[in-house]
Design a protein around this ligand. Structure first.
Ligand SMILES: Nc1ncnc2c1ncn2[C@@H]1O[C@H](COP(=O)(O)OP(=O)(O)OP(=O)(O)O)[C@@H](O)[C@H]1O
Length: 655
C-alpha cells in the first residue's frame, strides 16, 4: 500500500531531468540527432521549433513512448526506469475524453482512480478541488467534455481539463505537447500564465512544446530548447536567444514577434540554415553550453552523499519496506570495494539515497494505484453515463419509433394461416436481424471514440484492462437491451405473433442476439483501428451472416452449407421460429387444400398444421436450447476475442 505524502512531500523538492545526446530513427530516417537539454524544477522548459522538427518525438522519447537508439535520460542523476516513468505525466496534443461526461465527473473519475486507495475519498476530492482552483476551471465543471463533433467545453478548457487530470496525481514531472495548438491568443496566454504559476508555486518540472507562440507568450517563457531538423539550435534562457541570432548577424526588426523571427530563419534559405547550424555547433562547444550535457555518463555529483539527509530520514516515519537507512549505510561502507568489483555498484548507493528522498517512487511497486474493485466501480459509473446519452439520444428514440411504425405497417396483424407463413417468417427474421445489426454498428462506431480515451488512460496506468472490460459489459449491456425490449413490446402484438410465452421467450432471444451483435461489433471495432474499415468489414460480415441466417436461402450448395453454423443470426432465427410455432394456436391450412405444402392439410378433417410439421418443413430439428447455446457461445467468444486483442495486440506500449 502506498504512503501518500501531500503538500510537504520531498517530491515537491523538484526533479532535474537531463537528456543527453538523444538520437531517434524512424523508418531509417534520423528524426532526432544528439538532442540534449535540462528541465529544472520550478522552471518551464519550452521546446520550440517548426512543424516536423521533432518536438513530439522528443517528448515521446522522454516519456518512454518511443524508443531512442542512443543517448541518456536521467532523473536527478538516475536513469529512468518503468517505475519512475509511471510517476510522470504526459498530456498529449489531442485532449481526448468521453464527450458526454461532464468535467466534474471526469475529474472525479481521475481522482478516484489515479490516487491510491490509501487516500480517503475526502482527501481525493480535496485534491481535485485544489487542482480545479489552480487551473481556474470551476466555472465549467458542469459542462460536458464534448469533442470536435459534439458541443461541450471549449478547446482551451478541454486542454486545461487534460492537464488537471494529470496534476491530480501530483506527478514528479509533467510534459505537455502543444498546449496552445488550437487555442486563440487570449486563451493561450491565460493557459501559459497558469502553467507558469503552477510550475513556480509547486516547484515542479514542466516541459511543453510550442510551434509558434505569440510575442506575449514568448516573453513569458523561462528555458528554451530550440529544435530545427531534429537538432538543437539553442538551449538556455529564452530571453537570451536573440543574442544567439544577433551574434551570427541575424537581427530582428523592432516590434517583430521573436518567435516568428526565429521560425522564419529556421525555415529560411539554405545559407541561413547552414549559418544557424554552424553556430549551434559552436554554441555546444562554448561555455554557455551546460557542462552536465557534455558528459557521456551518469552524473553522480547530482546526488551527493548527504549525511544530513540520512539523519533527517531517520526521523521520518518508517516506510513499510526494508529499512533503507541500513541499506544505505551498508552500501556506503561498501563503496570502497567497488574497485574490486565484488560489491554493489555506486549507482545503487545513489538509488538508495533517492529512495530516502523520494519514498513514493519506491514504496509502492504495484503497477496500479487502486484495487480492481475501485476501478470496476468507477469505470462502471462512467461507462453508464457515457453510454446512457449515446443509447438514449433523441436520434435513437426516433430510430426506434420509426422502426416500430414501419414494421407495424408492413406486417400489421398477420393472420395465422398457411398463406402468410412466409411473411410471418420474414417478420421474425427482420426483427432478429435488425437487433443484431443495430448494436453491431453502434459498437463499431462508438469504440472509435472510446479507443482513444482508453489508450490514453491505459498508457498512463489508470486501470487494469480487465476492470475496464468487465465494467463495460456490466454497465452497457443493460442499457443496450432497453431499445429492443421497447421495440418488441409493441411489434410482437401488432404483428400478431404467437402468445405470451412466446413473447417472453422472444424478448430473451432478442436480448442475447443484441448482445452477440454488440460483441461482434466490439471485436471488429477493436480489431480495426480505422473506423471506416471497421464499418465496411461489419457490413460485409453482417451480409454474410444474414444470408446464411436461413431465411433467404435454405438450399445452400453442400460445400457452403456448413458455413451457416458460423452465423449467429442462424441460431437466433431458429430459436425464434421454435418459439413461434412450437406451441400456441396452430397455423390454419390453405383454403385450397390441394395446393397446400403440407400433406396433412390435404386431409379434409385437418384444419390446422401441427407444430412438428411446420418445424420440420422449416428444417428445424433441434430444440430451443440447442439453438440457443451456440448463440450464447458466439456472444462469449466475440467478447473474449475482443479482450485478447486489446490485451495482446492493441496495447499501449511503455518502453
Ligand atoms: N513513424 C514515423 N515514421 C517516419 N517518420 C516519422 C514517423 N513519425 C514521425 N515522423 C517524422 O518525424 C518528424 C518529426 O515528427 P514530430 O511529430 O516529432 O514533429 P513535431 O515537431 O512535433 O511536428 P508538429 O509540430 O507538426 O507536431 C516529422 O518529419 C515526421 O514526418
Amino acid at each position: 500500500m502506498s504512503i501518500y505524502k501531500p503538500k510537504d512531500s520531498p517530491v515537491n523538492a523538484g526533479m532535474e531531468v537531463v537528456f543527453r545526446d538523444i538520437n531517434v530513427k524512424k523508418s531509417n530516417e534520423r528524426i532526432l540527432r544528439n538532442v540534449s537539454g535540462i528541465a529544472k524544477p520550478g522552471r518551464l522548459l519550452t521546446v520550440m521549433g517548426p512543424s516536423g522538427c521533432g518536438k513530439t518525438t522528443l517528448l515521446d522519447a522522454l516519456m518512454g513512448r518511443n524508443a531512442y537508439q542512443s543517448g541518456e535520460i536521467t532523473l536527478n542523476g538516475q536513469p529512468f526506469n518503468k517505475q519512475i516513468k509511471r510517476k510522470l505525466s504526459y498530456v498529449i496534443k489531442d485532449a481526448v475524453f468521453f464527450p458526454n461526461v461532464t468535467l466534474r465527473e471526469t475529474l472525479r473519475f481521475a481522482a478516484m482512480l489515479r490516487l491510491p486507495d490509501a487516500i480517503p475519498i475526502k482527501q481525493k476530492l480535496a485534491r481535485m478541488e485544489s487542482i480545479i482552483d489552480t487551473l481556474d476551471i470551476r466555472k465549467c465543471l458542469d459542462i460536458e467534455m464534448g469533442n470536435s463533433t459534439t458541443s461541450g467545453l471549449t478547446d482551451g478548457d478541454r486542454m486545461r481539463a487534460s492537464i488537471a487530470c494529470e496534476l491530480i496525481t501530483n506527478p514528479l514531472m509533467i510534459v505537455i505537447d502543444e498546449p496552445t495548438a488550437d487555442l486563440d491568443a487570449f486563451t493561450s496566454i491565460a493557459l501559459i500564465k497558469t502553467l507558469k504559476a503552477y510550475t513556480q508555486k509547486s516547484n515542479k518540472t514542466v516541459i511543453m512544446t510550442t510551434q509558434k507562440p505569440s510575442s506575449q507568450i514568448f516573453h513569458m517563457l523561462d528555458q528554451l530548447l530550440l529544435l530545427s531538423e531534429g537538432q538543437v539550435v539553442y538551449f538556455g534562457d529564452s530571453h537570451k536567444v536573440m543574442n544567439f541570432f544577433e551574434n551570427i548577424g541575424l537581427h530582428i526588426e523592432p516590434n517583430f514577434n521573436p518567435a516568428d523571427f526565429i521560425l522564419e530563419k529556421l525555415e529560411g534559405d539554405k545559407e541561413t540554415r547552414e549559418k544557424i547550424s554552424d553556430a549551434a555547433l559552436d554554441f555546444r562547444n562554448s561555455d554557455q553550453w551546460p557542462e552536465i550535457l557534455s558528459k557521456s555518463s551518469t552524473n553522480f555529483s547530482s546526488l551527493q552523499l548527504n549525511l544530513e539527509m540520512i539523519e533527517e530520514a531517520r526521523k521520518r516515519p518508517t516506510l513499510d519496506r526494508k529499512n533503507p537507512i541500513v541499506n544505505i549505510k551498508r552500501k556506503i561502507s561498501n563503496r570502497g570495494k567497488k574497485a574490486t568489483g565484488d560489491e554493489e555498484d555506486i549507482g545503487s548507493v545513489d538509488m538508495s539515497l533517492m529512495e530516502l528522498e523520494y519514498p513514493e517512487l519506491f514504496v509502492d511497486k504495484d503497477k496500479w494505484p487502486t484495487s480492481f474493485f475501485t476501478q470496476f466501480k468507477h469505470l462502471t459509473v462512467r461507462t453508464f453515463w457515457q453510454c446512457k446519452s449515446r443509447i438514449f439520444s433523441k436520434m435513437k428514440l426516433i430510430e426506434s419509433v420509426l422502426l416500430c411504425v414501419i414494421v407495424s405497417l408492413v406486417w400489421f396483424q398477420l393472420p395465422r394461416i398457411e398463406e402468410t407463413l412466409r411473411d410471418r417468417m420474414g417478420a421474425i427474421f427482420f426483427i432478429v436481424t435488425i437487433w443484431g445489426i443495430i448494436p453491431l454498428i453502434d459498437a463499431v462506431t462508438s469504440f472509435a471514440t472510446e479507443r482513444a480515451v482508453i489508450d490514453k488512460e491505459r498508457t498512463a496506468n489508470w486501470y487494469r484492462l480487465s476492470a475496464y472490460y468487465v465494467a463495460k459489459m456490466t454497465s452497457e449491456i443493460p442499457l443496450l437491451l432497453i431499445p429492443p425490449i421497447f421495440f418488441l413490446i409493441f411489434t410482437y402484438w401488432i404483428i400478431g405473433l404467437n402468445n405470451v410465452g412466446g413473447f417472453f421467450g422472444m424478448i430473451f432471444t432478442i436480448i442475447i442476439t443484441a448482445v452477440t451483435g454488440q460483441s461482434l461489433g466490439l471485436f471488429v471495432g477493436i480489431a480495426f483501428t480505422n473506423v471506416k474499415t471497421g464499418v465496411s468489414v461489419s457490413v460485409i460480415a453482417m451480409t454474410a451472416i444474414m444470408l446464411l441466417g436461413g431465411f433467404f436461402t435454405r438450399n445452400l450448395p453442400f460445400w457452403l452449407d456448413w458455413v451457416k453454423y458460423f452465423s449467429f443470426i442462424h441460431y437466433a432465427f431458429h430459436c425464434s421460429l421454435v418459439l413461434e410455432f412450437y406451441d400456441g394456436e396452430g397455423v390454419q391450412c390453405l383454403q385450397a387444400k390441394n395446393e397446400s405444402n403440407f400433406m396433412i392439410c390435404k386431409d379434409v378433417n385437418v384444419t390446422h398444421i401441427p407444430p412438428e410439421d411446420i418445424l420440420s418443413n422449416l428444417d428445424i430439428h433441434l430444440s430451443y436450447i440447442e439453438y440457443f447455446l451456440p448463440l450464447l457461445f458466439f456472444a462469449a467468444l466475440f467478447r473474449l476475442l475482443g479482450y485478447f486483442l486489446l490485451r495482446f495486440v492493441h496495447y499501449p506500449k511503455l518502453l
